[in-house]
Design a protein around this ligand. Structure first.
Ligand SMILES: Nc1ncnc2c1ncn2[C@@H]1O[C@H](COP(=O)(O)OP(=O)(O)OP(=O)(O)O)[C@@H](O)[C@H]1O
Length: 253
């Protein structure tokens, strides 16, 4: 197990947006968190990443080989411990090239961990890692393009590359295909498969497009009214009547 939530709860006044969510996320699986509008997905992500503090409950992340509580850690500490979110590090700096954006993300990461003397050696390693990330995310041809010249789909890939630059243990992908046309969606889906094959990280994805969810997930967790309604393998969960009912009146499955 790499990530665990235990009775995680967040209230906003009278409203319980996340209601006693206990989950265990296994290594190197792709888990999708789905649910109708207002189910609590964004709030749950914000709790995991330290953007919001829970009202009660705990979050544990495997870090340096053991599960450690990160419940009250601020976002930069959560990221440093290895939980990265696709748009968390920065929103892409529009005036910088793709490579420069990645360099900024690397510097932010290394600034905390390396002393001055080791920096020369680390530059070389950082450049190698950046080249590898550019290749992995199919961005090599845009390495020296300023981000404001990229399409929406390419920018989403830059966000993904930035989140990967911190070498996460758990990688949260927030609506990776939002606003994409079918061609861009197909490209992102194959990118997620490729990342999952080649990177030693565990993926947690929120996504509205059910075809994408079915394609990429090993496991699905359905939230409704802030609580876990169903969890399991995609075919089993999507055939669950309670899940269909939860979506009725909001969006079609
Ligand atoms: N800062 C806030 N203050 C008050 N209520 C909030 C706040 N953030 C979220 N909520 C409420 O909490 C509930 C869960 O919202 P959340 O955005 O987490 O759902 P969601 O599953 O991400 O929805 P969507 O799919 O529409 O993005 C909603 O009823 C929402 O109105």
């Amino acid at each position: 197990m790499v990530l665990q939530t235990d009775g995680l709860t967040r209230q906003f006044g009278q409203l319980t947006a996340v209601d006693g969510v206990s989950l265990e996320i296994d290594d190197e699986e792709v888990t999708s968190i789905i649910g109708p509008n207002g189910a609590g997905k964004t709030t749950f992500y914000n709790l995991l990443t330290g953007v919001l503090e829970p009202t009660s409950g705990a979050i544990r992340l495997r870090s340096d080989g053991e599960l450690r509580e990160i419940t009250d850690d601020p976002p930069h500490e959560v990221a440093r411990r290895g939980l990265s979110r696709s748009y968390q590090i920065t929103n892409v700096f529009e005036g910088l090239t793709v490579r420069e954006n990645l360099r900024v993300a690397r510097i932010a990461r290394e600034g905390r961990t390396l002393d001055f003397r080791s920096r020369a050696g680390s530059n070389e390693a950082a450049n190698e890692q950046i080249d590898w990330l550019l290749e992995l995310t199919n961005l090599a041809e845009y390495a020296d393009t300023e981000c404001d010249e990229l399409s929406h789909g390419e920018k989403r890939k830059v966000e993904i590359a930035l989140a990967l630059a911190i070498e996460p243990t758990v990688f949260l992908l927030d609506e990776p295909t939002a606003g994409m046309n079918p061609t861009e969606t197909r490209k992102i889906v194959s990118l997620i498969h490729r990342l999952n094959d080649e990177i030693d990280a565990t993926f947690v994805v929120t996504e509205h497009d059910m075809d994408v969810v079915t394609d990429i997930s090993d496991r699905i967790v359905v939230l409704a009214d802030g609580a876990v309604l169903a969890e399991g393998e995609p075919a089993e969960v999507l055939a669950d009547e309670r899940v269909t009912e939860a979506y009725l009146g909001s969006e079609a499955l």
